[in-house]
Structures are given as C-alpha cells and as structure tokens.
Ligand binder design. Structure first.
Ligand code: AMP
Length: 279
C-alpha cells in the first residue's frame, strides 16, 4: 500500500488506473470501515482509501479536538487489506482556493442531523466534491450507518451529473448490536452497554409501526424510553427511505433514525423497515 499525502503526488499515481473505487473516511478505522474495503474488493483492485478529519463538518471545537486520531494504527490495519493507496491529505491540500462547493444544498440537509449541526453536510460535501474531482473514481462506497449523509451524497452525484456509482454498505455492529463508530472509543465500557439503547428503541419503534401503531406514538414512546435510559436526544424520527421526508399513510418503505448524546458523546443509528401492504 502506498501512503500519499500530497494531491499532486496522488494525481501522478492515479495515471492509467481504471475502475478506481474510493472509500472516504476520517480514520480511527474499525470493522465497519474494513467491511467497506471488503465490499470494494468485490468491484475493483484499485482501492483508494482516504483519511481526512474534516474540521468544517464539526460543529464544536471540543468534538473536533476529541475525535480519535490513530494514524499509525490505521496504517498497520490497512497494510493487511487490499487498499492500494492511502490518501492522507493536509487541510491546505483539501481546501484549495478553487474548491468552494458550488452545489446548492437541498432543504433536507437542514433536517435530522443537519438541524442541530448547521453546515455539517455542506462541510461533508465540500470534501467529497474535492476528493471526487481529484481522484475521479468510477465508484465510491459509503456506509448506511450515516444514512442521511449517504442520501445526500447520492443526490449530489445525481444532480451534479457525475458518472460515479455510489455503493451502499450495511451497518456493521458489535455482538451487542451497537453500531460500530469511531466515537464508541470515547465511551466507557459501562456506557457502551447502555448505548445499545438507541438501536433497541429503533427496533421496538419499527416493529410497533409494522404492527399498526401510529408513527407519532411509536416515536414518542422511544423518546421517553431513551430519556429514561440517560440519553440526551437530538432527534428520533421515522422518515421515508426514498427522500427522507416525513411519511404519508401511503408510504411503505420507511427508516427510523435516531441521534443523541450518551455521556456527552454523539451517536447515531438507523433501521430500515417496510410496512406490509396489507396493513
Ligand atoms: P467515518 O470515518 O466515520 O467518516 O466513516 C467513513 C465511512 O465508513 C462512511 O461511509 C461511514 O458510513 C462508514 N461507516 C462508519 N461506521 C460504519 C459501520 N459501523 N458500518 C458500516 N459502515 C460504517
């Protein structure tokens, strides 16, 4: 695996490479990230993984500063994978003068995670746009764990007429069903066993709605249980899978999404589900 820090050097190394598949990350790699590499390998041998902690997608200095930085461990981990190039650029290289995002952010970017994190998704897309322009991948792969991010990236690619195929990867969980996340490393062992409450409530909420409970009631019940379990809730909502808008009674393909703080650490998760047409 080549480790490249400069975009100019990266461009030289990409010459002649076909079917490039890009995996953007912020490092502190775990099995969730490794699963993206496994999926990528099924598509191409030219796997580029980027590690860039993107300051403009963070809303608090504290969150940015406490984000785990483990580059040496990440490199050791990646040396045992099929990644061809690790791209680990500097901020100067990513935020070049001409790299301002010209894309008009859709309204949905101000809802769910975007509501309490103004500018977050614009920050994400600014980096993704820069990486896409630099690497010109044929494919890019993202996890469903960051459901709204994945949706916005698909929309960006579609509306910008980019010929990049976005691959969606399922959420990888620990044995107790906690979605793997770099932020889990900031939780104590005790907190980790309580943090699974979010996924439990997403499951309960989805099954109640499948059994006919009103969406509002199911959401309320989940929020009450999370509060009792020590969560500070950011949002807990059921939306439509197709466009993340609020569902009408005709919508069958839904997703329950939740975000909140457990011991001051922000965690997110989601679960897709379908209402049987006979309900
Ligand atoms: P991050 O390093 O958190 O920015 O994540 C980089 C990529 O890994 C994103 O596409 C995430 O959605 C994906 N990812 C993070 N955690 C998981 C997980 N538990 N399962 C699958 N994909 C994940």
């Amino acid at each position: 695996m080549k480790i490249i820090k400069l975009s100019l050097e990266l461009e030289k190394n990409l010459k002649g490479l076909e079917d490039i598949i890009l995996i953007p990350t912020m490092g502190n790699l775990h099995e969730g990230h490794i699963s993206l590499i496994t999926e990528a390998k099924k598509i191409s041998n030219n796997i580029i993984l980027s590690i860039f902690i993107n300051p403009i997608q963070f809303n608090s200095k504290n969150d940015l500063e406490s984000y785990p930085r483990t580059l040496d461990n990440d490199i050791n981990l990646l040396n045992n994978t099929d990644v061809s190039i690790l791209f680990n650029p500097s901020e100067e290289d990513i935020y070049q003068k001409n790299s301002k995002l010209s894309y008009k952010m859709p309204m949905i970017s101000n809802e769910l995670c975007g509501k309490s994190r103004p500018g977050h998704f614009k920050g994400v897309l600014t980096v993704i746009d820069r990486l896409f322009k630099l690497i010109k991948p044929s494919y890019a792969i993202f996890g469903k764990k960051d459901y709204q991010q994945l949706y916005l990236i698909k929309k960006f690619v579609l509306e910008s007429n980019l010929s990049i195929k976005i691959i969606e990867a399922p959420t990888i969980r620990s044995t107790n069903n906690l979605a793997l996340s770099s932020r889990n490393n900031l939780l104590s062992t005790k907190d980790i066993s309580n943090a699974i409450g979010l996924y439990k409530q997403l499951q309960i909420c989805a099954s109640s709605v499948i059994s006919g409970e009103k969406i509002y009631d199911a959401e309320l019940n989940a929020k009450e249980n999370l509060l009792k379990g020590g969560w500070e809730i950011d949002y807990f909502e059921i939306r439509r899978q197709a466009d993340l808008k609020k569902p009408t009674c005709n919508d069958l393909k839904l997703v329950a999404l939740g975000a909140g703080y457990f011991s001051k650490i922000r965690l997110i998760d989601n679960i897709e589900f379908c209402i049987p047409a006979t309900n």
